[in-house]
Design a protein around this ligand. Structure first.
Ligand SMILES: [Zn+2]
Length: 327
């Protein structure tokens, strides 16, 4: 089976022809590489800054046509789209995507006109969590708490192989747990949210208050070079992360915590520190706690988009078979 996986992030649009059987073997793709390299496109935006949906549709169409023209290649049967926003799967709409200027938009239907195959939407952190729980570092563990640390901090809880979406599909906003009651103002309008300290942007802000101008990635690199100021910034971010994690662990007692995302450099020192910081803060009943790096890191949401598209194909074939039996 072949599907098209699409990831709509804050800066880029990534697409990849996906087949989950490539990931089920023993090969370790840890480090963000994937058996089929993804295509990177600049995210198209309208002059006012919102997502340019017709340009996204054109990219999808182009990718599907490329597959169609390739002799002997499996044809794309569905498209899975992970997006940095809240998705209502049953209505097939993006309820809210602040950074993309989308508010209650029927994106799946709009993209289907161009793709001419079923399109399934998923919140990016849910897609990424699903990828790690089914094919990555959370495989064989239940339940899994997945955290993704990039521009913001998102999460997913995966129980019995399925995402716990929450009553309003909002169980993905780990980054807005308050870790500092009188802390910095967050873009969500509240104060002291975790993402203001532990995301890429948060690390940059912490670096700024220590007198260093550096983005999240530069802080990570400086820390790996052993620069004290950067190591201190990351230690501070990890303290906040441990604070939020401890609350989550007490609530759900996961079998494994998997951390991924583009702004999280998975070094052994960080994991040891987080492990210690969390262990100190939680009740014995939820211990021992296992915190591990994700297998797919920055590509997890793209892999997850592929998984939800494959699922849609399976469900539709099952429906067709049932119809045939009844006719
Ligand atoms: Zn917030």
């Amino acid at each position: 089976m072949s599907v098209l996986a699409v990831d709509i992030g804050g800066t880029n649009l990534r697409t990849m022809v996906f087949d989950s059987s490539c990931y089920r073997g023993g090969t370790d793709y840890h480090g963000g590489s994937s058996p089929t390299p993804f295509q990177l496109h600049k995210l198209p935006r309208n002059p006012k800054g919102s997502l340019d949906i017709s340009s996204v549709a054109a990219v999808l169409r182009q990718q599907i046509d490329i597959c169609r023209a390739e002799p002997g290649a499996a044809q794309v049967e569905a498209v899975g789209v992970s997006i940095a926003g809240t998705v209502d799967r049953s209505r097939r709409v993006v309820v809210r995507a602040m950074n993309l200027g989308l508010d209650d938009v029927g994106l799946a239907e709009m993209l289907e006109h161009a793709a001419e195959v079923p399109v399934v939407l998923e919140t990016d952190s849910f897609a990424a969590g699903l990828a790690e729980a089914r094919l990555g570092s959370g495989r064989g563990y239940d339940p899994v708490l997945f955290l993704t640390i990039g521009t913001g901090v998102g999460h997913a809880v995966i129980s019995a192989g399925e995402v716990l979406r929450g009553a309003r599909s909002g169980a993905s906003v780990f980054g807005h747990i308050c870790v500092e009651p009188n802390g910095v103002e967050c873009y969500c309008g509240r104060r002291g949210c975790l993402c203001m300290y532990a995301s890429g942007a948060g690390l940059a802000a912490l670096a700024g208050s220590a007198g260093h101008e550096a983005d999240g990635e530069a802080v990570g690199k400086a820390s790996q070079r052993g620069e004290d100021w950067a190591r201190e910034v990351i230690a501070q971010a990890d303290m906040y992360l441990a604070r939020a994690l401890a609350a989550a662990l007490s609530l759900m007692n996961p079998a494994r915590v998997v951390i991924g995302g583009g702004a999280f450099a998975p070094d052994a020192e960080r994991f040891a520190r987080l492990q210690l910081g969390v262990t100190e803060r939680v009740h014995a009943s939820v211990q021992p706690i296992e915190i591990v790096p994700g297998r797919f890191l920055g590509s997890a949401s793209l892999v997850g988009a592929g998984l939800v598209a494959e699922e849609a194909v399976v469900v539709s074939k099952r429906g067709d078979n049932a119809e045939q039996r009844h006719s």
